[in-house]
Structures are given as C-alpha cells and as structure tokens.
Ligand binder design. Structure first.
Ligand code: PMP
Length: 412
C-alpha cells in the first residue's frame, strides 16, 4: 500500500484554510473528490471577495475617485500576478474572461471569423471537453472550415506521429487540452506546438485543468493562446484568463462591443482600445478577478511542485486501492496524468454509485464529463470520476475504496 505524501506539506493545516471541508454531508464528514469540476476555495479567496464589496466596490478604469482607483489597482494587480503565474512576456497579453469556455469562444470568434477560410483545417483531439469542440464546430460551419480529430489509444493518450500526420498545409489552428478532465492525461502540448508552428498553424491550449496541477509557462510551451478558469484553481467561478501572444491579439477583431473596449466612438466610426482592453467589453467581474489573484498566490505559497507531488501520491494510491474493487475498469491510464481517476464498475450504473457514495459523504462526478465523443470512443455512457486536490488525504481515499467495495457487494 502506498502511503507516500509530499513531506513538505501539512495537509491538516491546509485543510483549515477551506471552511467548507469542515461540514458533514448526509451526516458524514465531507470527502470532496469533485475537484476537476471545481475546487473548493480557501478563506484567503473568500475573504478577498467580501473585502472588495465591503471596502472598495467601485467600477474600474476612468474613475477619478479613491474607491475607483483602489478597485482599478487591485484589478490590474491581478493581471500582473497572472502574467507571472503563467510566465507571459507582457502583462497586456493577459485578458480576463469568464473562464476557459469564454476564452476559447473568444479565439474562435475574434481570430477564427477574421482569418479562417473555406477549406482551412482546425485540429483537436478526441479527448477534448465540449468547450474545445463546439466553438470550433460553430466557426468551422460558418467559414466552411474542417474540423479534424487526433485519435486516442486505449490508455487515453494521443501519439505525436498522429498529430504530425494530421497537421497539413491547410491547418490553421491546433487546439489541445493540456490535462484531460475525463482521463487525467497530460498532453505533450509543447511538442504539439512545435509541430503546429512548423506548418504555420496556431497552437491553442485548453488549460482548464492544468493551472493548479501542471507547470504552466506559456513562453516555454510556446503556445499562441492559453485559456483557463479560476474556479478550478481555488478561485471564484465565472472568471478566468486568456493568454494570447501580443502580435496575434493585435491582429484580431474584438467580437463583443461595448464600453471599455473602445478608443473612440462616433456614429460614423468606432476605433478600438489597445489589448487587453479591446477584448474586455463591459464591466468585468471585478470582485472575482481581485480574489483570483489570491488563488494564484495561494498556490505559489504552497508551491506548485509540492501540490503536484501530493496529488501524484494520492492518484497512485487511488489506483492501487481501487484496483481491489471487483469489476472495476479504469479509463485513462496514461504515463503522464493529473489527479483524476475515472472508472466504471461492472453491473453498477455510475449514477447509482454516485448516489450511494453521496450517502457516505463522498462527492464524485458521474456521467460524460462534457466529453461525449470520448465516451462514445470508449463505448460507454459515462464514468465515475474521482479527482483530487491538495486538501485530500490518503485516509479519504481508503474510505472511498472501502465504500466502493461495500457498494459492489450490495449489487452482487
Ligand atoms: N476544458 C476542460 C478540460 C475542462 O475540464 C473544463 C471544465 N470542466 C472546461 C474546458 C470548461 O471550463 P469552464 O466551464 O470553467 O469554462
């Protein structure tokens, strides 16, 4: 039995930062294994939201009064923190969005509508989340472009050879998930970016799952875009960032018009603001962006390496303990993966398992995880997915494995 945990972390101390973990669910201590859907939030993030509303709520930019200045500074500080967090070359390359879905839609509309032409190709993989499929399908349909798909193997991996073969002179965009939410697979996005650039295609990275589980250095990855969500990295829901290389962002035409994104408006002609503001139309989600900075600082304070080591230990332990469950089938056994364990159990419907686990206080996700084509590929309706975060423990996984054994025993 594996009992390895990253030695530097005091998990019980970390857990105290997350007030929600103290509660009981259905009379049992909450075991929260639905982190790939959204992580819980530390009090540093929660407090930042109320501090903003209690202390300096004001609309940002253009306001001359003290509260507006304070709010603007806090908002723009968050941008600087994220520039460092993803190692963007310039702060203007960080756009605040509603999240990954919003970021990918922005690229599809603001880049795709202007630059895609009939017959152009967009390459994605078979393990993409719907938010990295549907925006491309929509723009492909509008522009007469073609969506191509890199297959996955039985372990839930893609091969670079397949990627290379599928990128042609017509490929304009390659868009790949860094870490799969359904399987946990970590894709070699840096290598894929090289292949894309060799054919002058742009590389888009769906970083929704990666920001708290993988090293993110957009300059090293050499991706052209990186989209991510705050709520999967201990931050609030409804805010995230889109990174884009300056030269590309400057060429793109904004797809949402309104306040903030303009330079000058007249009825005859409107000119647009500079990046990043030309992509931030309207009053943004100020409170949550300000609090999102605290999430990045929280990760940095614990250390991404420490978080990753702890989560890897949890994942390895989960694979070992869950292997004892009769009739279990794992989906996603890639050599490199984040802390996601996805599986089915013979003769137990995922929904039944999910409800029975909930009765024991264990929160997992069941279903297709917004990756229906991937489920179709494996010939299943969905899986049971346990996804771990820094505050989870080996003891919780042991209780989970024992609970699953009980459930299987009831069904047999
Ligand atoms: N991509 C992946 C891999 C995801 O896991 C998710 C969220 N489940 C998304 C994109 C979409 O993120 P959001 O709903 O925060 O926009």
């Amino acid at each position: 039995m594996s009992t390895a945990v990253a030695p530097k972390l005091d998990i019980q101390k970390i857990r105290k930062d997350f007030p929600i973990l103290e509660q009981k669910v259905n009379g049992k201590p909450l075991i929260y294994f639905d982190n790939a859907a959204t992580t819980q939030k530390p009090k540093q993030v929660i407090n930042a939201i109320s501090e903003y509303y209690e202390g300096y709520n004001a609309n940002i930019h253009r306001g001359l009064h003290s509260l507006a200045e304070k709010a603007t500074t806090a908002f723009e500080d968050s941008r600087k923190v994220f520039q460092k967090f993803i190692n963007a070359a310039e702060v203007e390359e960080v756009i605040f969005t509603k999240g990954t879905t919003d970021g990918i839609n922005l690229i599809a509309n603001a880049y795709g509508r202007k630059f895609l032409q009939e017959g152009d190709e967009i390459l994605i993989t078979a393990m993409e989340h719907h938010s990295n499929i549907v925006p491309w399908q929509m723009i492909a349909e509008e522009k007469g472009a073609i969506l191509k798909v890199v297959p996955v193997n039985a372990k839930g991996e893609i091969s670079l050879d397949d990627v290379e073969k599928l990128i042609t002179d017509k490929t304009k965009i390659v868009s790949v998930v860094y870490a799969s939410n359904s399987l946990g697979t970590v894709n070699p996005v840096k290598d894929i970016a090289k292949l894309a650039h060799a054919k002058n295609a742009l590389m888009v990275v769906d970083g929704a799952q990666a920001s708290s589980h993988c090293v993110v250095d957009v300059q090293n990855l050499d991706c052209d875009f990186y989209a991510t969500s705050g709520h999967k990295m201990y931050g609030p829901t409804g805010c995230g960032i889109l990174y884009g290389k300056r030269a590309i962002l400057e060429e793109m035409t904004p797809y949402q018009g309104g306040g903030e994104m303009i330079d000058n408006v007249s009825f005859e002609k409107t000119t647009y603001n500079d990046i990043p503001y030309k992509f931030e139309a309207g009053t943004p989600n100020i409170a949550d962006v300000v609090a999102l900075k605290k999430a990045a600082e929280y990760i940095d304070a614990i250390g991404k390496d420490n978080i990753m080591a702890h989560e890897q230990a949890l994942t390895q332990h989960a694979h070992e303990r869950l292997s004892e469950v009769p009739g279990i089938n794992f989906y996603g056994t890639a050599a490199e993966k984040v802390s996601v364990v996805s599986f089915t159990i013979d003769n137990v419907h995922p929904y039944d398992a999910g409800m029975m686990l909930d009765a024991k206080g264990i929160a997992v996700r069941t279903g297709h995880h917004c990756t229906q084509p991937l489920m179709d590929h494996f010939g299943i309706e969905g899986t049971i997915r346990a996804s771990f975060s820094v505050y989870n423990t080996i003891e919780e996984i042991d209780f989970f494995a024992d609970s699953l054994k009980d459930i299987v025993a009831k069904f047999s």
